[in-house]
Design a protein around this ligand. Structure first.
Ligand code: ZN
Length: 694
């Protein structure tokens, strides 16, 4: 009956409607649901001819009627009950009603019949027929506005915010009348901020935000969809839509102003050839950018005899010198900076001892790219704008929390930035906010899982996805986390600060591999000893080269992470290439409670404490609660008396806490009691991961 196509309305230069398209069939009740300012009222006014559209069309019964006068629209069978009722307060109820049929120029007898019909439907108006409309209650004025519209006997009634400002009981009454009208065959287009009400009263609904339709479906389906219900309707239910009147309106206000549901962050290339061409352009740009913008890179490239114009194919990548963590530490603080300081908008740093942190700098484009890539991670994990993402990773100078946050907001989901630790608060938020996605390290996820299990809360939380990273995890650990979280799906996310941060790749829904963002960086696998590239499928060290990073580009950066490229396409269907989950690290770096500990930092601390020997061992264990422990066993110096042991232990614990920011337990043992080796002693005993890495 009514078809609205690409309707555009401007108020001055502001665009109120940005291409609204929807339809209403004869006799159907259709709801437009959305927040204040979403464009719902403007839509009704444009259909009715009260505002002139600057684009698009309104088609009624197959005839274009765009821009017709309000009177003409009434004659064609439309009537509007406007927002705010707009009754004439000085006129009586009956005088107000007569105005509704004025343009139809009815006979006195016909007008009388229609008045009777309206009074029959609204007995309250009959009681008040000679009263000035200004003396009516809000609910009665709403009845009057509807009654006045019905005087034209419309085939399609446009109802704008019928429940606005009314008490729940009065709203029930108004909606009972609306249902009666619908049963009598009048088509109704209802605009409502109270989503629960509108969905209960209608058969189909469109969700409106930013002057556009963002979602549509059968109202019953929308109302029953558990995700949508949590997101849009608060505690409302089909049986008790009024329960969350305020909650619904409030949540609707927040959520409908967000990005569109169907944003796509996946790459545009469709074939390996297209990707290769894109990578070559990016590589050529990066080498030139690094050469021209960064003296350290220039010196390295010159030493290797390479000029930017030498990069003619992707094979030429192998001629580039490697970049290492040492390059970053030696040139502290900004060795890889390739743009002027004025173009930088942010720095991040990785953990490390004072003065030896790895510091990376970002331009606005770098931040935007990172945000985009992180949004891609969420998209691959199936996170939508309806999700509530509890972010339990660290916020601060390191890249974790802020990256999770950027991507979450980009995709339009609700971010709950809790940060790490604080199990009680995490649990409370999982319950109170019904978070649907939980982001943390693997050991934090395990800790939470155990706690949820211990308190018997698996049934009461709503987590359906867990995104975790920064740590190795075993198959059995994953299975346990998933089980105790009530069957949540796990996604391993990868990344490193040197690249952009976390979010550089993620496990796909088929859970066999990590897809990585080959349109933003090239991933090579090299033999960690010979540094020669290894064929696809073989395990080796991951080396990355960025393709468009401005602030601190990476040329063949050795990540020390051990993985392998998995050849061939994935069952999930994406064209993005993939690698195995990270198996470990080539150097002895220990990841402990989210902090990278380099054996060299431990060496430095121990040798600064008088009375200690040079031999030590680090024992990493994981207890039943999933908490990691580090025990540092150190020999006393030769000739140092045993009685000093306790003091030395306290001093080691104190210095490690102060310099590495982690709590450990120290144990001082007799000189000569630790095993010696002619080659490099084994110092690290990590029993945290016991079973197979997948
Ligand atoms: Zn896949």
């Amino acid at each position: 009956m009514l078809v609205v196509r690409h309707l555009v309305v401007h108020y001055g230069t502001a665009e109120a409607l940005r291409g609204m398209s929807f339809s209403v069939a004869a006799g159907e009740t259709v709801a437009l649901v959305g927040a204040n300012g979403a464009g719902k009222t403007t839509t009704l006014r444009a259909i009715m001819g009260l505002v002139r559209p600057s684009g698009g069309s309104v088609v009624l019964d197959g005839r274009e009627v765009t821009g017709s006068s309000p009177a003409a629209m009434v004659r064609r069978g439309l009537a509007l009950s406007p927002e705010g009722r707009e009754v004439f307060p000085e006129l009586t109820v009956e005088e107000n009603l007569r105005l509704g049929a004025l343009v139809l120029q009815l006979s006195r007898a016909e007008e009388g019949r229609r008045l009777d019909e309206v009074y029959h439907r609204f007995p309250r108006l009959l009681e008040r027929r000679t009263q000035a409309a200004g003396t009516l209650s809000g609910g009665e004025q709403q009845m009057l506005a509807m009654g006045r519209a019905l005087m034209a006997r419309p085939r399609l009634l446009l109802l704008d915010e019928p429940s606005l400002g009314l008490a729940p009981k009065i709203t029930d009454e108004i909606f009972a009348i609306i249902r009666g009208l619908a049963r009598s065959g009048t088509a109704i287009l209802i605009v409502e901020q109270n989503a629960a009400r509108a969905l209960t009263a209608s058969s189909r609904a469109y969700l409106v935000a930013g002057g556009r339709i963002v979602h549509e479906g059968e109202s019953r389906q929308l109302l029953l969809d558990p995700v949508l219900r949590r997101a849009f309707l608060g505690a409302a239910s089909d049986h008790n839509p009024a329960a969350s009147r305020l909650g619904a309106a409030g949540l609707t206000n927040i959520r409908l102003e967000k990005p569109l549901m169907n944003q796509n962050f996946m790459p545009s290339f469709t074939s390996p050839e297209e990707l290769a061409a894109h990578q070559l352009r990016g590589l050529q740009w990066t080498v030139r950018h690094a050469y021209e913008g960064c003296s350290a890179y220039r010196a390295k490239l010159e030493a290797a005899g390479i000029r930017p114009e030498d990069i003619q194919s992707l094979e030429d990548l192998r001629r580039l010198p490697f970049t290492t963590a040492e390059d970053l530490r030696d040139g502290y603080p900004f060795p890889l900076r390739a743009v002027p300081y004025e173009q930088l908008v942010r720095i991040h740093a990785s953990s490390g001892t004072t003065g030896k942190r790895k510091v990376l700098c970002y331009t606005q484009k770098d931040i935007d790219d990172w945000m985009y890539l992180f949004a891609r991670c969420y998209q691959m994990a199936g996170v939508t704008p309806l999700d509530r993402v509890q972010i339990a990773v660290g916020y601060g100078v390191w890249t974790a929390g802020v990256g999770f946050q950027l991507g979450c907001e980009k995709i339009g989901a609700l971010a709950i930035p809790v940060g790490p630790g604080n199990i009680d608060m995490q649990i409370q938020f999982l319950l109170d906010f019904q978070s649907t996605v939980f982001c943390s390290t693997a050991s934090m996820a395990l800790l939470m899982a155990e706690e949820i299990h211990r308190r018997g809360l698996a049934e009461k939380i709503a987590v359906r996805k867990i995104i975790y990273g920064s740590e190795r995890s075993s198959r059995s650990m994953r299975a346990k986390i998933s089980e105790l979280f009530g069957g949540a799906e796990l996604f391993d996310i990868t990344g490193l600060t040197e690249l952009y941060g976390p979010g550089m790749g993620i496990e796909c829904p088929d859970h066999d591999c990590i897809h990585y963002w080959a349109d933003y960086y090239i991933l090579e696998i090299v033999d960690p000893q010979t540094l020669q590239p290894l064929p696809d499928g073989e395990w080796g060290e991951m080396v990355v080269t960025t393709l468009c990073k401005e602030g601190a580009p990476l040329l063949r950066y050795r990540t020390r992470d051990i993985t392998r490229i998995i050849p061939g396409p994935c069952t999930c269907g994406t064209v993005l290439p993939r690698h195995s989950r990270i198996k470990g690290r080539t150097d002895d770096t220990i990841k402990f409670r989210g902090v990278n500990i380099y054996p060299s930092s431990v060496d430095a601390i121990l040798s600064s404490i008088p009375g200690l020997g040079s031999e030590y061992q680090m024992h990493l264990t994981r207890d039943e609660a999933g908490r990691d422990h580090l025990r540092l066993v150190v020999e006393r110096g030769q000739g140092v008396e045993r009685a000093r042991g306790m003091d030395l232990e306290r001093e080691i614990e104190h210095q490690v806490k102060k310099q590495l920011l982690v709590s450990i337990r120290a144990e001082v043992v007799d000189y000569g009691s630790l095993p010696r080796s002619e080659r490099k002693s084994k110092r690290v005993f990590d029993t945290r991961i016991q079973d197979e890495i997948v």
